[in-house]
Design a protein around this ligand. Structure first.
Ligand SMILES: [Zn+2]
Length: 473
């Protein structure tokens, strides 16, 4: 009897040990972000990048733009709410591209009416454009509107399939081809252009869904407009409310409120209107209905506001352009689960976490046009964090526009202070431990500072014959 009991105990202990090793729970490591090896390697890489950047000379701007449809045939999976099957198309969805050239330096801004720009998409488009147009990878800046009613079926990854449905290689091919084609067409349409940019606050359309408040939001709408001599125009805009006005019940393909904004401007103001999701982490659109009327109630007034701002903006034809991409190493994966590992002190085993999220590194993108700086983040960046990052740029007289989904996806990144909250954003979707907010914010601030230093230093050097005081703001 005693022997059987002993054997049972050994078997039980072995099972328990195997379970802990393979599944968890493991204690969360509370490591200061600056002592992470990933932090040091990323900063030394940034120093190298900064040293290699060319001087951003002020020179005449050329711009070109294009729009390519990616509306799928229905029925199809959408990407955003989980496995939803769209049975009809409510409004068409597109990929848009904006080519910008100053002197010999050319950058391409790509925006898509989809949930995110995945690593599979951005890698393939970057290599295609490097090969065919000779545009360096760091000069291609990706954004998505984050519509939760856009086409799905593009992800071969386990996690991507949970959001975008089963993987169909043809769907990924279609999106990649549309991005490349839009970039090529925008490049081919490059012509002398003027640029205007600015921002306004739109607090009526955004709330903090994590804290349940109308405060602690990123309510800044940042816009830029590009105009050819014949009057043809492209408009770009960035706002931080999640594109979730329609909800999953409607089961239809739609660009959500960003699609309304784009279509409204393209109908009356611009040939192309490209919307980029801002820092949408914890940020929801205001209101509680879930239908297309709500998308219109957000998208239309935001389009009207941008139209009014563009109409009275000062234009400049001389621009300094700086673009680069900073590969960033990540701290160890410390995945936790909402409700199950709710305290935040325990995580699932690194073996399991590594299988679910097989990511070790990512990248940030920066695109500066005079004193407008776009910073592309590989995540759902918190709107609270973006306000803190933007403040450091504003203090130096720069306008910062953080955008999410810049060609990769590493989950949600929220301020460290929210780590005690048991929520979908702070647990299931925050994968890099309790200090990822300060880790990313620090790297982002330093990356943006490189662009601001370069632009500011170039402004103080004697003006080239082509520059004019109107180019600066
Ligand atoms: Zn999101």
């Amino acid at each position: 009897m005693r022997r059987i009991l002993g054997v049972l105990m050994v078997v039980l202990a072995t099972i328990l040990l195997a379970w802990t090793i393979l599944v968890g729970p493991w204690p969360v490591e509370n490591v200061s972000p600056t002592s992470e090896p990933a932090y040091r390697s990323t900063l030394s890489r940034l120093a190298g990048r900064a040293a290699a950047l060319p001087e951003p000379v002020a020179a005449p701007l050329s711009a070109g733009w294009s729009r390519v449809p990616i509306t799928p045939a229905v029925p199809t999976n959408t990407a955003g709410y989980g496995k939803v099957t769209a049975r009809r198309v409510n409004d068409s969805v597109y990929v848009r591209a904006l080519a910008l050239r100053v002197d010999t330096s050319e950058a391409i801004l790509i925006g898509a009416d989809i949930l995110i720009v995945s690593r599979q998409m951005s890698d393939r488009v970057r290599s295609a454009l490097a090969y065919s147009l000779g545009i360096a990878g760091g000069h291609v800046y990706f954004t998505a509107t984050h519509t939760h009613s856009g086409p799905g079926n593009w992800s071969p990854d386990f996690l991507g399939k949970q959001f975008a449905g089963r993987y169909d290689p043809a769907r990924l091919d279609t999106i990649v081809a549309a991005m490349s084609r839009a970039a090529h067409e925008a490049h081919a349409a490059l012509a002398p252009a003027e640029m205007a940019y600015g921002s306004f606050s739109a607090p009526s359309y955004v709330r903090n869904r994590l804290l349940g408040t109308a405060t602690h939001v990123d309510s800044t709408f940042v816009w830029a407009a590009f105009r050819h001599r014949d009057g043809g125009m492209a408009v770009w805009g960035r706002f931080s409310a999640h594109a979730t006005t329609i909800g999953d019940r409607a089961a239809m393909i739609s660009g959500d409120y960003p699609g309304v904004w784009e279509r409204e401007l393209e109908a009356r103001t611009a040939e192309v209107a490209l919307f980029s999701a801002g820092a949408v982490g914890s940020m929801s659109p205001r209101g509680s209905r879930h239908d297309y009327e709500r998308a219109q109630a957000v998208g239309m007034p935001l389009a009207d506001s941008v139209r009014a701002h563009v109409a009275r903006a000062p234009w400049s034809s001389t621009v300094r352009l700086l673009a680069y991409r900073l590969p960033m190493d990540l701290p160890p994966n410390q995945m936790r689960l909402q409700r199950i590992l709710a305290s935040g002190k325990w995580r699932i085993s690194p073996l399991l976490a590594g299988r679910l999220v097989p990511i070790r590194s990512t990248a940030l993108s920066v695109l500066a046009l005079n004193r407008l700086v776009l910073a592309g983040m590989p995540c759902d960046l918190s709107g609270e964090l973006s306000r803190e990052i933007a403040a450091s740029a504003e203090a130096r007289g720069f306008l910062l526009a953080t955008t999410s989904f810049g060609g990769d996806y590493i989950g949600y990144v929220l301020p460290d202070r929210h780590d005690r909250i048991d929520n979908y954003e702070t647990r299931t979707m925050s994968w890099w431990g309790p200090h990822m907010g300060s880790f990313l914010a620090d790297v982002a601030r330093r990356s943006i500072a490189v662009a601001m230093d370069r632009i500011a230093a170039a402004e103080t050097t004697p003006a080239e014959p082509t520059s004019s005081p109107a180019a600066e703001r």
